[in-house]
Write a protein that binds this ligand. Structure first.
Ligand SMILES: *Cc1c(COP(=O)(O)O)cnc(C)c1O
Length: 496
């Protein structure tokens, strides 16, 4: 039977229904209970244009989470298609081990320029070094591994830390490779791999909506706006650094954060000022700051209130990290490609004579791949056009306007937005903030109901994520939000 199927693969008339069946038979999907997957015919995507995905039956869907947060400008974007196609006719891949190539070099220069905007003031007694080098890899997880290894070795070499240790945030997600998982604190994903991980410390994340220090009663607004607290979350970070110094007579090698908003933790945005404050604490302890901008980079997390078209979230708070990781949106959502940006002092710590063996011994086969870097260059050029800047601002404004209506539902507890990213937290009853239990699958059920209405996104537990491509029109934003509203009614009942 398997052989028959495989033979048919070579035939000219493979129906799309067969693709669904073959997928169910052969492909193992990520973060997916495959028993459930195998019971239901999958949606088979065959083409896409702008914010719309089309399946094998000709049904169209709005891509409300930008194909798992990767796509920026929309699908089938002519400039990126052409850049890849032009590069393809020259060379698809040659190694960066011992060789240079044009698009990887050009992208390196452009990324360093974009990552050091002149608007960035660098004040204070603890100077923030510029980012000056780009190390390529393939995915967000590998970008994090690179940052971890650089920070580890940098702190051993320059600060004589014996066992450099990392500090990351509650609920953090930085990828699925073992180093990245070690920084992660999502029990559901990470618990089975404990034995494989190195030890890291964790510290409170500012989750205003569910913060034990927030004394405000729930209101129909983003919890950050009406919170009542004394920045206890920042004190916790300071205390954790002091404890490390006291107990281990050591400082952290690095503090690892997602700037402005933690993504996979549940779209948890930070109150304005938090990043700046914790960056200063880390610097005061000579700790490196690793900004994981895999989700937030490339204009995703633009703060509507500042009006500055920052490409990177860290810069919205005037913070320049020592290491910055980029992936998801780097190629506009086209190809697997990542970059770790490093400061000059970190780069310098790996310089020496050959026989000193201070080399950074790390590198993946597709490092600096020409197709990926060509796509990334084209994407970066689009991002810096006035049209794209305006598009992002309009999308952020549209999301804010249309999601406002959702406060009418008693099953929506928090609507939190950073730039073009929105997290909508479903609750049993908003005045009590009572969460659904994970096994009730509240988020999954709502997203399935949205899919039936032609809108695709994936929840994080009870949080429905809306972050469509920048090209999404106001009409399409309205459709996305309407489908969410109707789906919440369908699953839980009308507003009460
Ligand atoms: C997705 C993500 C990663 C991991 O990236 P992959 O490309 O999936 O390996 C790391 N950090 C953040 C913040 C992410 O959102």
């Amino acid at each position: 039977m398997q052989n028959q199927r495989l033979e048919r693969l070579n035939g000219p008339t493979l129906s799309m229904q067969t693709i669904g069946q073959l997928d169910q038979q052969f492909v193992w999907h990520p973060f997916t209970q495959m028993r459930e997957w195998m019971q239901r015919e999958p949606i088979v995507i065959t083409r896409a244009e702008g914010a719309t995905l089309e399946d094998s039956r000709g049904r169209k869907y709005l891509d409300a989470n930008s194909s798992i947060w990767t796509n920026l400008h929309g699908h089938n974007r002519p400039e990126i298609n052409e850049a890849i196609s032009a590069q393809l006719h020259k060379v698809a891949h040659s190694s960066t081990l011992g060789l240079a190539n044009e698009p990887a070099t050009m992208l390196g220069a452009e990324l360093i320029r974009a990552a050091n905007p002149s608007s960035l003031s660098v004040p204070g007694t603890n100077p923030q070094p510029a980012l000056s080098r780009v190390f390529y890899s393939d995915d967000g997880s590998t970008a994090i591994e690179v940052a971890l290894k650089l920070a580890y070795e940098f702190s051993r070499r320059t600060r004589q830390l014996k066992r450099p240790k990392f500090l990351s945030l509650q609920g953090a997600y930085h990828g699925d490779t073992i180093g990245a998982v070690s920084l992660g604190h999502i029990h559901l994903f990470h618990r089975y791999y404990h034995g494989l991980l190195f030890r890291t410390d964790t510290v409170m994340t500012p989750y205003c909506y569910r913060c034990p220090f927030n004394r405000a009663q729930p209101e129909r607004a983003d919890a950050r706006a009406y919170r009542k607290c004394n920045w206890e979350c920042v004190d916790k970070v300071a205390q954790q650094f002091e404890r490390r110094r006291r107990v281990a007579q050591d400082d952290y090698a690095a503090l690892v954060v997602e700037p402005l908003i933690q993504g996979a933790a549940g779209m948890i945005p930070q109150p304005a000022g938090w990043l700046r404050k914790v960056a200063e604490i880390a610097r005061a302890h000579q700790s490196l700051l690793i900004s994981d901008e895999v989700l937030t980079g490339f204009g995703r997390a633009r703060q509507p209130s500042t009006g500055q078209p920052h490409l990177f979230a860290s810069h919205a708070e005037d913070v320049q990290p020592d290491l910055m990781t980029l992936a998801k949106g780097l190629t506009g959502g086209y190809l697997p490609m990542a970059a770790t940006l490093a400061s000059q002092p970190i780069f310098d710590a790996f310089l020496g004579d050959y026989a000193d063996f201070r080399t950074f011994f790390h590198g993946h086969s597709y490092n600096g791949n020409q197709l990926g870097t060509a796509a990334a260059l084209a994407s970066l050029r689009i991002l810096e056009t006035p049209e794209s800047i305006l598009q992002r601002a309009n999308l952020a404004a549209g999301l804010e306007t249309f999601t406002r209506e959702l406060w009418q539902s008693s099953y929506i507890g928090d609507i939190r937005q950073v730039g073009t990213i929105v997290g909508i937290e479903l609750v049993k009853n908003w005045p009590t903030r009572t969460p659904f239990e994970l096994k009730e699958r509240a988020g999954i059920r709502v997203c399935e109901a949205m899919a039936r209405r032609g809108v695709l996104t994936r929840p994080i537990g009870n949080v429905v994520v809306l972050m469509p491509p920048y090209c999404t029109t106001p009409e399409q934003v309205r459709t996305i939000v309407e489908s969410l509203k109707e789906s919440v009614c369908e699953i839980f009942g009308p507003p009460v």
